[in-house]
Design a protein around this ligand. Structure first.
Ligand SMILES: C[S@@+](CC[C@H](N)C(=O)[O-])C[C@H]1O[C@@H](n2cnc3c(N)ncnc32)[C@H](O)[C@@H]1O
Length: 223
């Protein structure tokens, strides 16, 4: 049987409110657990000096910092997040490291990337964010990423994923998602498949495990 992914029913206002509440505690709760996978994604993206890179759902800004270091003074990083609480923490982190000038931070919903021109970026990075979008929005977000990339531009996605059939940790996670959608708003998705279906050319895939939950780290390219 083909496995389906769970729907996300909470509103964008709920998402914003919940990440605003979480922002001060996010690093304590998820920071060290997720770091290994974020770093794997950054390594696959391999941002280079002079490049222009977007991070979608930057959270407390650890990856923005790393991207700003990689692109150097001649490059540019754009960050987009729905939560002003997260934005304030990320901004503070960048300023403390003297890298605030290299990064443009935007508040908004990644289902709409209208503020970025087509064919203008070298790379897009997303960690533990694509799985927050509802099923019809996942292809929309990926299509938008494709639109703003230059031909040959890369997208690196780090995401909780599902095996077919799903193992016990996935089933437990989905149970939390079904019963407490405001606490477990994300859920495992098929990231590689979604990227392929959006017309990205898959370059590299790793599957790792986080507390028994499979995590996909996928690099795609705009043809
Ligand atoms: C699970 S956190 C991951 C943060 C960061 N990428 C990391 O790996 O540490 C998801 C982030 O996506 C942001 N987010 C949620 N929905 C969003 C949306 N529709 N558009 C943009 N950002 C969103 C949240 O505010 C939060 O900062």
């Amino acid at each position: 049987m083909t496995e389906t992914i769970r729907r996300v029913n909470r509103s964008k206002d709920d998402a914003r409110a919940s990440y605003n509440r979480l922002s001060r505690w996010y690093d304590m709760i998820a920071g060290s657990t997720e770091k290994k996978y974020r770093d794997m994604g950054l390594e696959k993206l391999s941002a280079q000096p002079g490049e222009k890179i977007l991070e979608v759902g930057f959270g407390t800004g650890h990856c923005l910092l790393s991207l700003a270091q990689s692109v150097g003074a001649a490059g540019r990083v754009i960050g987009l997040d729905i939560s002003d609480g997260m934005l304030a923490i990320a901004k503070d982190r960048l300023e403390k490291e003297g890298l605030g000038e290299r990064v443009d931070l935007h508040l908004g919903d990644a289902a709409n990337l209208n503020f970025i021109e087509a064919n203008s970026l070298d790379g897009v990075f997303m960690s533990f964010t694509l799985e927050l979008f509802d099923n019809p929005e996942i292809p929309r977000v990926l299509q938008e990423c494709k639109r703003i990339l230059k031909p040959g531009g890369r997208v690196a996605v780090v995401s909780m994923t599902k095996t077919n059939p799903p193992g016990l940790p996935v089933r437990i996670y989905e149970w939390f998602h079904d019963t407490m959608p405001n606490y477990a708003d994300c859920r495992p998705i098929f990231a590689k498949q979604a990227m392929e279906e959006s017309g990205l050319v898959i370059q590299d895939v790793s599957v790792s495990s986080m507390w028994g939950l499979p995590v996909e780290i996928v690099l795609g390219k705009k043809a």
